[in-house]
Design a binder for this molecule. Structure first.
Ligand SMILES: [Mg+2]
Length: 354
């Protein structure tokens, strides 16, 4: 299954859960939102499993062990074991193996999840730059402080390879945006001037690691962020289902850069059990998707159609993505001011221009 170069959106007559034998599922914004489960997630994933789809949960969070992630999912009625989870800590440990010999000395900045992953991969964790580590691997943990960042900087200046679990600048919580691993990595980079490599999304490392572990025939990535999940899926060469239950909105999808475009769109994970229609080009530059239609004229997005139900609103977004992406790919411009904010769950906001 490869992306249509004309639009990037794919269609299927069969449920996605039958077309693909492996789904790499993002966590926050896809299976839960903060402490709350996302409606349809547990039911859609259970239905997908019953149709033969294998699930692996893929997270940029390096601070939790796979078993902690699995326990959390299980409490949300999504049964999982640690084998069903890939974290960016594990991906960072795998990345070390592309340059380091087994048993090599590594300095770890991070929490239990990262220490466990690096030790499990067979490296010798050292306590100081004076132990001449060959690599510094850095992941987020609330207890990371200046002493560890300074030790990392000394080691990197002495030639150690700097590997980050992920470069997310922020860590959203109920009080606002806290500094994420990328911000702490940047503190070290400011001192060393040496850019690290990163294992987390949007790098493809975790997706490739998970697909290899399962030995899948056809892999689908599922995410809510275009700049991490969708970009990472494209970098790995896997199609991506974007769900509108998290960060990136329909407007974001319509305006997405080519390397961040999703291949399938859905209101929630119940649509894993459905066929997905393909937008079709018709006369006068209109793209239609069942009852939805859209076109770009002189750089302006126009759309029309019934938008009374959630599926109808998703079809409208599909048509709009196809029209917008085709216009941009043909060398045309798209005025973002003509692309309204749009919520597939709430028709009150349909058509409200910014
Ligand atoms: Mg997410």
């Amino acid at each position: 299954v490869s992306a249509d170069p004309a639009s990037g959106l794919l269609g299927t007559d069969r449920p996605l859960a039958e077309l693909f034998d492996l789904a790499l599922v993002d966590l926050d914004g896809v299976t839960y939102r903060g402490p709350e489960p996302i409606p349809g997630a547990a039911e859609g994933l259970a239905g997908a499993r019953s149709r033969g789809m294998h699930l692996v949960f893929v997270t940029n969070n390096a601070s939790r062990d796979p078993s902690q992630v699995a326990d959390h999912l299980t409490t949300l009625d999504i049964p999982a074991s640690s084998d069903d989870v890939v974290t960016s800590a594990q991906a960072a440990a795998a990345l070390l193996g592309t340059r380091l010999a087994p048993g090599a000395r590594v300095f770890v900045v991070g929490g239990a999840g990262l220490h466990t992953a690096v030790a499990a991969a067979g490296y010798a964790i050292v306590a100081s730059a004076d132990d001449a580590p060959e690599a510094v691997v850095q992941g987020f943990a609330p207890e990371v402080g200046w002493r560890q960042l300074a030790e990392a900087a000394y080691a990197i200046q002495a030639g150690a390879w700097h590997v980050a679990s992920n470069l997310d600048l922020t860590l959203p919580n109920e009080r606002g945006l806290a500094p994420g691993n990328g911000s702490l990595v940047n503190a070290v980079v400011a001192a060393t001037g040496i850019e690290p490599v990163s294992a987390g999304k949007p790098a493809p490392t975790m997706f490739l690691l998970a697909a290899e572990r399962v030995g899948a025939r056809a892999t689908l990535v599922i995410g809510d962020r275009l700049d991490t999940d969708s970009a990472g899926a494209r970098a790995a060469g896997f199609p991506v289902l974007h769900v509108f239950t998290g960060v990136s909105s329909p407007r974001d999808a319509i305006l997405a850069a080519p390397n961040e475009r999703p291949n399938y769109l859905a209101a929630d994970l119940m649509e894993l059990l459905d066929a997905h229609p393909t937008p079709v080009r018709t006369v006068d530059g209109w793209w239609t998707c069942r009852g939805g239609a859209a076109r770009v004229i002189d750089g302006r997005l126009e759309w029309r159609g019934v938008a009374a139900t959630v599926p109808e609103r998703v079809d409208l977004v599909r048509a709009a993505c196809a029209a917008a992406w085709a216009a941009v790919d043909a060398g045309g411009a798209l005025d973002p001011n003509t692309v309204p904010e749009f919520d597939v769950e709430d028709d009150q906001r349909v058509g409200r221009a910014r």
